[in-house]
Design a protein around this ligand. Structure first.
Ligand code: PBG
Length: 332
């Protein structure tokens, strides 16, 4: 019998694409619920779920509602939540002492969630920006962000979070020496098991805009964060930051933002082989949601495709505001 074509083809890539069954057999990357960390915003009050205008579908929760949200996430199989505080302007100072107040909103949320859902890992944010009247991640003196004094403050903040029961500390401040200083303090205080996921390669990015609204820091921020966050042009520098943070005692590392930095994620995983995470940040989420709400893209499909891309790039997990929505689809 003559073939309908003029030549014999031995290699037909389309053979393994012909049905979902065969596609699933040859699939190289999978996204699962256990890859997801859900960032949540907490605020004062009782029984409050307040929408964040620039992040459709994202809420600021009072502690009681945050507990309910964490319970819901645990029921979906999400292994971890990450707490970010919305701090009232009256509590913000130049010295940022609210950051290490054991009773601040973030530490109260950690305790409440650990009590209600002990199996859930609770991650924190360590940076001074939610508590700083200047809106910066570090203490500002004479117009400069002072490194070493900030590290002393960050260590106090880390210790208060460990004391409150946090499982994963997330230093997002980009000061030099903070991982080592925190690790030493944790070891000497008997918190040997508290893990650190360092925001090692955090870039000075415009993709954080909606987050700064969510935590109420946009109004306060004067200038930009380029003297401590990384230049988006650099990846060798990111490798040096990862090596340094691992050396100083980080257990897991993060690249942030996510989607525009997948080359960095890939390099981190292939060069270090350590637990590697990416943060699909507020601006990435807002862009997808805005286009979806306009009917220009299929938001749900893009959500799943974007999350899978992080896994393909080598990430072990993703911090994403989509965690509950993706978890629901994955378990459907
Ligand atoms: C605080 C912090 C930021 C984010 C996480 N921790 C903002 C910033 O560095 O300005 C951004 C998260 C997001 O955009 O979703 N240091």
């Amino acid at each position: 019998m003559t073939a309908p074509h003029a030549f014999e083809m031995r290699q037909r890539a389309r053979r393994t694409r012909q049905s979902e069954a065969i596609r699933s057999l040859v699939r190289e990357t999978t996204l699962t619920v256990s890859d997801l960390i859900w960032p949540i915003f907490v605020r004062e009050g009782v029984n409050i779920e307040e929408p964040v205008a620039s992040m459709p579908g994202v809420m600021r929760y009072s502690v009681d509602r945050a507990v309910a949200a964490a319970e819901g996430a645990a029921a979906l199989g999400i292994p971890a939540v990450c707490i970010f505080p919305y701090t009232e302007a009256a509590l913000k100072t130049e010295t940022c002492e609210e950051a290490w107040n054991p009773e601040n909103i973030s530490n109260r949320a950690i305790r409440a969630i650990k009590q209600a859902v002990p199996q859930m890992a609770v991650m924190t944010d360590i940076a001074l920006d939610p508590y700083n009247s200047n809106g910066h991640d570090g203490i500002v003196r004479d117009g400069r962000i002072v490194n070493d004094e900030t590290v002393v403050a960050l260590v106090k903040m880390a210790m208060a979070q460990a004391e409150a029961g946090a499982d994963i500390l997330g230093p997002s401040d980009m000061m030099d020496g903070r991982i080592g200083a925190m690790r030493d303090a944790l070891e000497s205080a008997g918190y040997q098991d508290v893990t650190i996921m360092s925001y090692s390669a955090k870039y000075a990015s415009a993709f954080y805009g909606p987050f700064r609204d969510a935590v109420g820091a946009s109004g306060a921020l004067k200038g930009d964060k380029k003297t401590y966050q990384m230049d988006p042009a650099n990846t060798d520098e990111a490798m040096r930051m990862i090596a340094r943070d691992l050396e100083e005692g980080a257990d897991m590392v993060m690249v942030k933002p996510g989607m525009s930095y997948l080359d960095v994620c890939h390099r981190v995983k292939s060069e270090f082989g350590v637990p590697t995470f990416a943060y699909q940040v507020s601006g990435e989420y807002a862009m997808i949601e805005a286009a979806a709400l306009n009917g220009w893209i299929d938001g749900e499909k893009i959500m799943m495709e974007s999350l899978l891309a992080f896994k393909r790039a080598g990430c072990d997990g993703i911090l994403t505001y989509y965690a509950p929505r993706a978890a629901r689809l994955l378990s459907a």
